[in-house]
Design a protein around this ligand. Structure first.
Ligand code: SF4
Ligand code: SF4
Length: 149
């Protein structure tokens, strides 16, 4: 790894725990773990100065960089940070599968285009596996109903 020249400064208020930064980092410096109902994203204190892939990949613009001289004046922590997110359980099987903030973001993005039910019955409250199963079940019902006529 190249010389450390700056600090990564993730903003907890903006971060939704989506893991895009963990996938983007070529040095695997940003990591995540999941245990039961908690997802943790760990950001390094420092990283080399010729990359900004994590900041570019972040959909919330939650990552910025603090250079040493700025750091002394800044109130931003210059240490490694771990952000923790509660995972939401699937409404069908109970598996914890996404952070609340991730689901809120998707819900908001979709509701700007189409009206959504205010509570329950929405595919987003299901984990990917149950979502697929529900979709297949719906398709099968449609085919069966079509055969009756
Ligand atoms: S700036 Fe690049 S190397 Fe540093 S943590 Fe982000 S993606 Fe990884
Ligand atoms: S990509 Fe941005 S929003 Fe997603 S986990 Fe990383 S810092 Fe948080």
């Amino acid at each position: 790894m190249k010389e450390s020249t700056r600090t990564l400064a993730p903003e907890e208020e903006k971060c939704i725990g989506c893991r895009a930064c963990t996938s983007a980092c070529p040095e695997k410096l940003i990591t995540f773990s999941e245990e039961e109902k908690l997802r943790s994203i760990s950001f390094p204190a420092n990283c080399s100065s010729d990359c900004e892939l994590c900041a570019l990949a972040c959909p919330e613009k939650a990552i910025s960089f603090i250079f040493p001289d700025e750091g002394e004046k800044s109130r931003v922590s210059l240490e490694s940070q771990t952000l923790n997110f509660e995972l939401v359980p699937c409404q069908k099987c109970g598996t914890a599968f996404a952070t609340r903030r991730e689901l809120e973001k998707v819900r908001t993005a979709i509701s700007e285009k189409i009206p959504l039910p205010s509570t329950g019955g929405f595919w987003m409250e299901l984990c990917p596996g149950c979502r697929q199963a529900a979709f297949r079940e719906k398709q099968a019902k449609t085919i069966i109903q079509a055969r009756k006529f």
